[in-house]
Design a protein around this ligand. Structure first.
Ligand code: PMP
Length: 402
């Protein structure tokens, strides 16, 4: 029973499925394929320690004082440079700095959606977005993806069906690169089509891109934002390429949204931490950030390879595993009739954990799917984790009726 003082909306905030398996994953000896944490051992921690001390010593009245509601100019310029390194063009004036991209998503949701509105998402989608949308009282419609990302025909069809019910979606939320949770990337040729469909239907797009810089091989893929900067809000973050504890992210927003976004941000945090912002800015201006990110991406690539190749040897016949080309995650679809409930119990017994897929999917879907993260463990531990998963598959198979 919910306390009577609490709103109906507050019921919509969702617990994280990663936290659900947190306790199991923290047991000694357990290999966690659950949480998608970046590996801070790959970050320049000595440099960060020096920069932090130097900033407090040399610029205390800037970095420890309240700052601009939009964010520090030096950081907004640095963000444009960081995006350019991913071949994404953005305008400095479009950048709203936030405390992580999760906050940017929350602000965008506040300025675009009323309670009861409909929002389109990929199936499966980032569970943190589902929490934000749930807390805002939105109705969420999952749209099919395949190995090439969101399926344009499925999007068209869903918009048409909703229109027939008198429902106009207020936005499409998508993670086009190395998606969390599925690890897939929206094919370049689909991108203009998705943007066109949404433009014609009058639906703004929220393009969330935390992993785009962590490509295992160099690549150039157009961002949705560049294809139509007045229709697509871009969300970025330093969490995966520097450190999530800094809590520095941003939105690159259309002109018409900037003022509302800034006021919404001020009403939430007054300003994002100038201290963290200055460290993030220096990462871009003082460090060889391209090399730092490329070398971290190469390590994640080795880990993805280690997990996926080891798992391939153990998968039950008829399973499919996505082959990520960047980011932190792969997604496993088990054969018909398998459920992650039984598998998770067996996996925990074998001292390995993953996140069951249902939390990322439409209600009633995803029961036989799961997310596996390779970002945090060494290749050796990932190979061992895959072996343990193999033993868990065997236990479930043995207990299934023939
Ligand atoms: N979007 C996606 C797709 C993510 O995976 C995450 C982090 N797990 C976020 C947003 C939030 O990141 P931040 O730390 O910038 O708030």
């Amino acid at each position: 029973m919910q306390h009577p003082f609490l709103t109906d909306r507050s019921r919509g905030f969702l617990p994280s499925p990663v936290r659900d398996v947190w306790e199991a994953s923290m047991q000694p000896g357990v290999i966690s394929l659950a949480g998608g944490n970046p590996d801070l051992a790959l970050a320049s921690l000595d440099w960060m320690a020096d920069a932090s001390a130097r900033l407090v010593r040399d610029r205390p009245h800037e970095v420890l004082q309240y700052g601009s509601g939009y964010g520090m100019t030096e950081l907004r310029e640095a963000i444009v440079e960081l995006m350019a390194a991913e071949h994404i063009a953005a305008d400095v004036d479009s950048i709203q700095v936030t405390a992580g991209s999760q906050m940017a998503l929350d602000l965008v949701t506040k300025v675009l959606c009323e309670q009861g509105d409909t929002v389109l998402v990929e199936d499966p989608t980032y569970v943190g977005a589902l929490g934000t949308f749930g807390g805002a009282g939105l109705r969420v419609e999952h749209v099919a993806m395949d190995a090439n990302g969101l399926v344009p025909d499925a999007l068209r069809e869903r918009i048409r069906r909703l229109a027939a019910e008198g429902r106009q979606p207020r936005m499409l939320y998508a993670v086009p690169n190395f998606q969390n949770p599925k690890g897939v990337t929206l094919a370049p040729e689909r991108r203009p089509e998705i943007v066109d469909i949404c433009r014609q239907a009058g639906i703004p797009i929220i393009e969330d891109n935390p992993y785009g810089m962590l490509a295992f091989e160099p690549r150039t893929v157009p961002s949705l934002h560049e294809l139509d900067p007045e229709h697509v809000v871009y969300l970025g973050t330093f969490s995966k390429v520097l450190a999530p504890g800094l809590r520095v992210g941003w939105a690159a927003a259309p002109t018409w949204m900037r003022r509302s976004l800034q006021l919404a941000s001020e009403s939430t945090v007054i300003c994002a931490s100038p201290y963290s912002q200055a460290i993030a800015a220096e990462f871009v201006t003082e460090q060889d950030f391209r090399a730092a990110i490329a070398s971290a991406a190469a390590v994640y690539g080795e880990r993805a390879h280690a997990l996926c190749t080891a798992l391939d040897e153990h998968l039950p016949a008829g399973s499919t595993l996505t082959k990520p080309e960047g980011g932190f995650f792969t997604w496993l679809t088990l054969p018909e009739g398998w459920t992650t409930d039984a598998l998770l119990d067996a996996a925990i017994d074998e001292q390995v954990v993953f996140v069951p897929g249902a939390a990322f999917c439409a209600p009633g879907e995803g029961e036989s799917e799961l997310r596996l993260a390779y970002s945090f463990e060494s290749p050796e531990r990932l190979a061992e984790g895959a072996q343990r998963m193999g033993r868990a598959f065997a236990r479930v198979a043995a207990s299934r009726p023939n």
